[in-house]
Design a protein around this ligand. Structure first.
Ligand code: NAP
Length: 230
């Protein structure tokens, strides 16, 4: 069995690391001694209490993504893990949803993740090793009447993630979809659910992603669904 116990010598890219789940994950990985490459629109001006390479990147802009990965190339020739965490929510009836809303949600949650995955995958293919982890949502598994567009973006991401997993496996690259339920993050700003206090914390979910990264390379966790406990 191939072991993958230490993250100390790993180079990990986290997209969407300036707040919420991505930031909590980066904090935990920094404690493991991982070399971090953190991307988001505002990451370079964000206060992080740990060492990391911070690269501003807007995933709705393919040129910004391509430039961010070129900057990563100048820092390392090895991406061991890519975690796609950038995402935004929309709780709105379809009848009130604007074309701009639709374009923004799909560009951020779906198209953006396709492009960052493609950048990471091409580099991992050269090494025949790596792990791509895409953060979807339980809204990527279940229908929700007030989240038609958000669900469309996250269901689309599931189809992509599972298809990429099949393509990647023969090349010794692992692909995992993470499906968390509600978390207490900025994601809910402006549409806060009444029971937000009962939602999971981003660090709880981050811990599960660290566990997935640490699994032996001889297994491939395909989908991890994380529901709220008691
Ligand atoms: N919170 C929940 O209840 C929940 C539940 C299930 C799944 N999720 C998913 O979990 C992921 C993380 O969300 P979160 O809850 O941690 O929310 P969050 O605190 O709002 O974090 C979202 C992250 O995405 C980044 N981001 C947003 N738009 C971006 C863009 N155009 N380009 C680059 N980065 C961008 C943000 O950074 P900048 O603003 O600096 O760009 C931020 O770092 C998302 O994919 C979300 O769909 C959330």
């Amino acid at each position: 069995m191939s072991q993958n116990p230490s993250l100390k010598s790993k180079h990990i890219v986290v997209v969407g690391a300036s707040s919420g789940l991505g930031k909590a994950l980066a904090e935990q990985l920094s404690k493991e001694g991982t070399a971090l490459y953190l991307l988001s629109r505002s990451i370079e001006s964000s206060d992080l209490e740990f060492e990391a390479n911070k690269i501003n990147c807007d995933v709705t802009d393919s040129e910004s993504i391509s430039n961010a990965f070129k900057k990563i190339d100048r820092l390392t020739s090895q991406i061991d893990v890519l975690v796609n965490c950038a995402g935004i929510g929309l709780v709105k009836g379809l009848e009130a949803t604007t074309q701009e809303d639709i374009e923004r949600i799909i560009a951020t949650n779906l198209t953006g993740t396709l492009y960052t995955s493609q950048e990471g995958y091409k580099r991992m293919l050269e090494k025949k090793s790596g792990h791509i982890i895409n953060v979807s949502s339980t809204s990527g598994l279940r229908a929700r009447p007030d989240e038609t567009i958000y669900c469309a973006s996250k269901w689309g991401l599931r189809g992509f993630t599972e298809s990429l997993r099949l393509a990647a496996t023969p090349n010794k690259i692992r692909v995992t979809g993470i499906y968390p339920g509600g978390m207490q993050t900025n994601f809910w700003k402006g549409s806060e659910p009444k029971n937000l206090d009962a939602f999971m914390t981003p660090s709880d979910i981050a811990e599960q992603i660290v566990n997935v990264i640490k699994t032996p390379t001889s297994i491939s966790p395909a989908e991890v669904v994380i529901e709220r406990g008691l």
